[in-house]
Write a protein that binds this ligand. Sequence first.
Ligand code: GTQ
Length: 361
Amino acid sequence: MAHEKPEELLRLSDDTQGILDEHDLRPLWEVQEDFGTVIDDPEPGIWKWADIERAIDAIEADVPIAELPPGFQRRVAVPVNTSLGNAISNTIYVGVQTVSPGETAPAHRHSANALRFTIDGHEEMKTVVAGEEFPMRDNDLVTTPQWEWHDHVNDSDETAAWLDVLDLPLFLDSFNKQQVFENHELERQPVTKTQGYWDSQYGRGRPADERSNGEIPGPFEGIREATPPYRFGWNEMTESLRQRAANDEPDPHDGYSLAYANPATGKEPLFPTMSFRAQLLNEGPTDPHFHNATEVYFVIEGEGVTHVDDKALEWGKWDIFVVPPDGTHHHDPDGEAILLGMTDRPVLEAFNFYAEAEPSS
Ligand code: GTQ
C-alpha cells in the first residue's frame, strides 16, 4: 500500500488529538504502515473503556469514513503500547472501530486474519464476509479469515462499535512487512449468499455430499486448516459457559473457559496465529502463572483486577488489557466476570516454543 504521511492527512480537531494522545490511542490511518518496532520488553497495560469511548466518539464527529485516506479505510482507535509504538503487542493488534448509520467501511481483503467482537451491535449492522451478511449483535464474534472480502455496512439508525483483532504486527513486523492487500472494485461486495449460508457449511449440520461452494479460497498454504467465515452467537456461547460452570471444574488459571474452535477442525486455534476463549471467573482469584505467549483481554462483563508482576490492572466492562510474555499474572474478579482472552500461543506451539510455569513461590 502506498500511503500519505500522517502530517498530510486529516483533520482531527485538537480536542480529539488530545484525547488520543492522553490515553495511548492512535487512529488506524497513522499506524497502518508501521505497527512498531519489535522490542524485547513489552509492558503490561490497560485501556479504560471510558477513555476509548471518548476517543471513538470524537473521531466519529471529526471524520466520515468516506474521507479517510487510502489504506485500510477504517475509522479505528488503536491502543498503542507506549513501549512498542503502534500496536498493543508484538503479535496481536486490537482496535475499536465505529460505523455511523448509513456508512459503509468499503470492501477489501488482506493476508492478515481478523475478527470482530461486537460491543455496540444491531441486527441491521452487518459485516459482509465472503458473500454473506453477518448481523453484528452484542457480543457476537465474527471471523474474517485471511483473503476473504469484507465490508461493514450499517443499515441501522445507531452508531455501531466493535473490537477488531488482527495478527497484523506479526506479519508487518516480525515477518518483515509481508502483507498482501487489495481493495474491491465496489464499495460493497455483492451479497451472493443468504444469511446462515456459512453456518450450513461449517455448523452442527454439514453438507453430506461433496462440498462445492463452501470451499475456502485463498492463495495461502500452511500446516493448519483454514478458518471459514463464521459467526459465534453470544447466546450459545454464554449458555455453554453456564453449562461448564454448572458441571465442570474450573481451570486454575483461566476459570471456566470455552475456546472459539475453528469450525473446520472443531478445535483450537481459531486462526493459525491466534486463539480465543471466553472465560467465566466466579470462584475468587486464579492461580498465578507465566508463559511466553502474549495475552490480550477484553472485558465482556464484570469488574476485577489482574496482577501482572508488580502491576495491578483494574478493569471493568469493555476495558482492554495486555499481559506481555513472561509476566507472572493472575485474575481476581469482583464476584463474577467474563473475559474474552486472546493469545498468540498457536504461533509458539507451531514451532514447539510454547512454555508455561507457576512461580516457585
Ligand atoms: O475492518 O477490515 O482495525 O482491515 C484494521 C485493519 C480493521 C477491517 C482494522 C482492517 C480492519
